[in-house]
Design a binder for this molecule. Structure first.
Ligand code: GCV
Length: 699
């Protein structure tokens, strides 16, 4: 034992001195050839239980010389230490962990509702060992909040990743199915460790080729690697696939030939991948084909696919991200298109709704659709990749953003009808429930581009499992697993993480501003952007509406009336400028520059103070990080330090660009106690970043 402790200390010293490439994420590397003094007892032999055992055997987790029993409800040892009634209530994927007596000695038992539950239980125990130690008796009962907890990869078949900032795609389509990258297993393991049980491999802007036999064989190879980790494979499909792949004259969902085509395709898929999860569909959105091209409805389209998948228990995740330039303002369109079909979808269809009504902005109110679809299962879609929050250059811990949406009260069935309860199935008793996160993962060594962006993958998984966890608890877990559990490191760094998303909101788009990004790449500020001939609803001026009288979009009853899509009392609350929460003020109200804010400041001054605060917050993050140097290995320390420098420069860029531009309308000075801009507006207007169309990963 002594020798072992010395080994661990040496390893730790080596790591701090020489660095960490970030590849291990929040997990200890799997041991090669080493074994533990822990004795693991299991009467079961499934590949998944085998994985659980090898994790528990990992000496790096220091489980010590204890006995661990692991198995499902049918394991004879498990049946000896848990009561029948306890085991009978365990649903698939759930687990119990308990300190028990075994042969007269203390042991720990993990009982899974199935072998996936046992695997999740073993990761839970390892997490406990790292974050709290196993000094006191353990008693845990866990049931996942959502049945389907799925990552959405926006990975293209050419290896690029739409809105991906961590390099090329993990999936090496050219090498599949014969060559399997070792990272496929590591990916599945990381997901299993946080309870993610599904992955949509390809971009929602789906290439029809993914459904060809050539590609399905490659998909099968991935599914085979992922299966023991409990990770199911799903695919994004292009609605015109029957025409694109097989030359059918139409892809009309009411056409019998088309219906047959999808049924045959489902049969082919399930013959290869018996546990295939289902389809994700972006239809009639941003130029993609869909049922409306044939005069049909979203329900017609989704139901046709649902019928094809139904014999195999597959599901259809049909996205509600739809908008078109036209008479109706963008934020209202998904609600208008989908509410007429509430209750008209098959039982294996679930509508996937982005957290906000526009598009993953640094802050949006929750989408009113969450409070409106009462007879159709609906699921939230979050964006883990930071398309609108500084890519993988800015440190922005997103758990507070995910929770802001999940904890929002929709008032769908009176007070307490939070987005979490509406979507996890508990409010309406839905049979299927799901949650999706657009992945921030690529082939970068540290997976996510920014070492702290790993925390967002982690946080998504943990919240999908249990949306009651606080952002603070999740940050604390992640930091302890990823860095160290020294309180002197944890306390300032946890605070930095918790403040970081709000800092981004402050220096980019405070008080409800949104979508004032540079055209297409969504990185820097371009509130003045006006590309001749471009869609008006892709122009920042559409969103901020700055003029000499004020700033913000009027969505009140005298404006676009977007407020009325919310249930009462929210509609009234948002409609009244005096009761509208100030973080959404410019979202709902075109507000006078001199409008009196709760702080006593006028709106213009308040806006300036938010931008200034955002810059100061990032500078504070730099100091906090620099102070933590002796707790962190050199590589990660320098990587994060240099990213914080970029973030600090970008924050100043954002502040100067937005304030100097809006000042041309407000005609008021920046409050004199605040730092002055260091850029010139005309120079800022000349900046054109070449990020490549749709930010496909750069070579
Ligand atoms: C996958 C936004 C992004 C697009 C993305 C789209 C979507 O518009 O900028 O890159 O396309 O959302 O979610 O479908």
């Amino acid at each position: 034992m002594k020798k072992f402790t010395i080994l661990i200390c040496l390893l730790a010293l080596f790591t701090v001195a020489y660095g960490e490439d970030g590849s291990r994420l929040w997990l200890q590397p799997l041991p090669y050839g080493q074994t533990n003094s822990t004795s693991i007892i299991s009467g079961e032999k499934s590949p998944t239980i085998g994985l659980a055992i090898s994790e528990l055997n990992n000496p790096a987790y220091q489980l010590g010389s204890r006995t661990i029993l692991i198995g499902t409800t049918t394991d004879k040892n498990i049946r000896k230490v848990f009561s029948k009634s306890e085991l009978s209530t365990l649903s698939p994927e759930s687990y119990l962990i308990r300190t028990v007596q075994w042969n007269g000695k203390e042991a720990i038992a993990i009982a899974g509702g199935d072998d996936k539950g046992a695997l999740y239980g073993s990761y839970h125990l390892l997490r406990l060992a790292v974050t709290n130690g196993l000094g006191s008796p353990v008693s845990v009962r866990e049931v996942p909040a959502y049945k389907v907890r799925v990552l959405n990869h926006w990975d293209n078949l050419d290896g690029s990743v739409e809105r991906g900032y961590a390099g090329y795609s993990l999936w090496k389509w050219e090498d599949l199915p014969n060559t399997l990258s070792p990272r496929y297993k590591e990916y599945a393991r990381a997901n299993a460790s946080i309870g993610i049980n599904g992955t949509v491999l390809n971009n929602v802007n789906a290439d029809p080729l993914i459904l060809t036999h050539e590609y399905l064989i490659k998909v099968k190879a991935l599914a085979d690697v992922f299966r023991p980790y409990g990770l199911k494979v799903y695919l994004s499909v292009n609605f015109s696939s029957p025409t694109a792949i097989s030359g059918l004259p139409t892809s009309d969902p009411l056409d019998e030939g088309v219906q047959r085509w999808w049924k045959d395709k489902a049969k082919e898929i399930y013959a290869l991948i018996p546990d295939f999860g289902g389809f994700l569909v972006k239809a009639n959105s941003e130029g993609l084909p869909g049922p409306q091209d044939f005069g049909r409805t979203h329900a017609d389209g989704a139901n046709m696919l649902a019928d094809a998948l139904q014999p195999y228990n597959g599901i259809v995740m049909w996205r509600a991200f739809v908008y078109n330039p036209g008479n109706e303002e963008r934020a209202k369109q998904a609600y208008l298109e989908f509410t007429p079909f509430d209750g008209k979808f098959r039982s294996n269809v679930i509508i996937q709704i982005k957290n906000g009504p526009i598009d993953f902005q640094p802050r949006e109110p929750f989408s009113p659709l969450f409070g409106a679809m009462k007879q159709t299962p609906i699921m939230p879609e979050f964006q883990i990749t930071q398309e609108y929050l500084g890519f993988s250059n800015h440190l922005a811990y997103l758990a507070p953003m995910f929770k802001e949406c999940l904890d929002s009260d929709t008032y769908a069935q009176g007070e307490g009808s939070t987005v979490a309860k509406v979507t996890d199935g508990s409010l309406y008793g839905n049979k299927i429930s799901a949650i999706a996160g657009v992945a921030n993962i690529g082939e970068d060594t540290n997976w996510c581009g920014h070492d702290f962006a790993q925390a967002n993958w982690y946080a998504f998984g943990r919240l999908a499992w249990n949306h009651q966890l606080t952002s603070e608890v999740i940050a604390d877990e992640w930091l302890k697993m990823t860095f160290t559990n020294d309180p002197e490191f944890l306390s300032p760094i946890t605070k930095m993480m918790l403040d970081s998303r709000e800092a981004v909101v402050n220096y980019m788009m405070p008080l409800g501003l949104n979508h004032i990004f540079a055209f297409d790449h969504h990185y820097g500020p371009e509130p003045w952007c006006d590309v001749p001939g471009a869609r008006p609803d892709w122009m920042p001026t559409y969103y901020h509406r700055a003029d000499s009288t004020g700033l913000g979009f009027d969505r009140t009853t005298s404006g676009s009336n977007g407020v009325s899509q919310y249930n009462q009392p929210l509609a009234d609350l948002y409609n009244n400028i005096d009761t509208c929460p100030e973080e959404y003020l410019l979202w709902f109200h075109h507000t006078a520059w001199n409008h009196q804010m709760k702080s006593g400041n006028i709106m213009w001054d308040e806006l300036c103070r938010h931008y200034d605060k955002g810059v100061l917050q990032v500078r504070e993050f730099q100091k906090i990080w620099d102070r933590s140097e002796h707790f962190v290995d050199t590589d990660r320390f320098h990587r994060v330090q240099s990213k914080l420098r970029i973030q600090a420069r970008d924050a100043v860029w954002w502040r100067d660009a937005c304030l100097l531009y809006f000042q041309t309308f407000s005609k008021q000075p920046i409050p004199y106690d605040l730092e002055r801009p260091v850029h010139d507006l005309d120079d800022l207007k000349k900046i054109k970043l070449n990020m490549g169309h749709n930010n496909k990963a750069k070579k």
